[in-house]
Design a binder for this molecule. Structure first.
Ligand code: ZN
Length: 132
């Protein structure tokens, strides 16, 4: 089965730490050892794993994505949100994690972030957990 998790973002760019929510889905699934797949079905949002101990890391990632992908650069896409599409492509739309003893296997400083680039919006992610 696939779990659908609703996510509300509150600003144009918004990195939401979803680590706890994903761990709650893992617990609900009853899977003790296996694989957790996270998929973002949006074209202007993504998912990434990075440091969630120091919030400045995510702020630096946001600032450098802005520097790499300017807000105005002669984009052709008429909707006007090409920077969001490009940033979502750079970040990626899925992650695969191990599940051991009923918990996600993550490094000490790692967290899972939903990365919004064209908010605020009501979003969702899909999660599938398979057992060994
Ligand atoms: Zn668009």
């Amino acid at each position: 089965m696939i779990y659908k998790v609703d996510i509300k973002t509150i600003s144009r760019v918004d990195f939401k730490d979803i680590t706890r929510r994903v761990n709650e889905i893992v617990a609900k699934s009853g899977v003790i050892n296996g694989i957790c797949y996270i998929y973002v079905p949006h074209t202007t949002a993504g998912v990434m794993i990075n440091e969630h101990a120091d919030p400045d890391v995510v702020r630096d990632i946001e600032a450098q994505l802005d520097a790499m992908v300017p807000q105005h650069s002669g984009y052709r896409h008429r909707e006007g949100n090409s920077p969001a599409h490009i940033k979502a492509t750079l970040i990626g739309d899925s992650e695969t994690l191990f599940v051991e003893e009923g918990r996600l296997v993550l490094g000490t400083w790692q967290g899972i972030f939903f990365a919004e680039f064209d908010g605020p919006r009501s979003r969702h992610i899909f999660i599938k957990i398979t057992s060994d």
